[in-house]
Ligand binder design. Sequence first.
Ligand SMILES: Cc1cc2nc3c(=O)[nH]c(=O)nc-3n(C[C@H](O)[C@H](O)[C@H](O)COP(=O)(O)O)c2cc1C
Length: 187
Amino acid sequence: MLNLKIIIASTRPGRKAPSIAAWFTEIAKKHPEFNVEVLDLAVINLPFLDEPEHPRFQKYQHQHTKDWSATINAADAFVIVTSEYNYGYPATIKNAIDFLSKEWQYKAVGFVSYGGVSAGTRAVQMLKQVITAVGMMPISEAVHIPAFTKHIDESGKFMNDPGLDKSADIMLDELFKWATALKTMRG
Ligand SMILES: Cc1cc2nc3c(=O)[nH]c(=O)nc-3n(C[C@H](O)[C@H](O)[C@H](O)COP(=O)(O)O)c2cc1C
């Protein structure tokens, strides 16, 4: 079994991310090879990067960084659930990534993105550039949800969709392959 952490990127009050993350998490928990944990950046509540040293030295001064480091260290793979803000990723996910360095290295990443016509794909393309700087491996299989609000019912539940459910399963299988291979690269 590998440890999959699902990171919820958006943090604003009234955000839709939890609906989408709950749908994806239910599918991920059925995957036989992953232990799944959700990391909600709104709950983790990191401040703007406030460590004086470069994270590669791991000389963290703050308890919130030490906790975040331990959480990310324990992961074998990630799925980042992200919205698209102004054609890019939410600043909260960039900040959460910048806090650490080695903890992310040689770990595979899949994406669940959502938005209007772009389905959040511009945010994902920008995120791929960032995550490779800390040695993460983005996989190309992904779940991109255009016009995502049509999938959310009046109670706020994201409704299952055969096409999206299948995309999620395909991504998880591929993520497991990459995560297994990359584990051998970590000391
Ligand atoms: C600051 C801001 C910028 C946005 N920019 C985009 C955008 O570039 N592309 C897009 O498809 N949707 C955009 N939207 C609409 C979002 O897709 C929509 O609000 C979505 O619910 C955001 O995710 P969240 O609710 O989890 O925060 C934007 C929303 C906000 C609040």
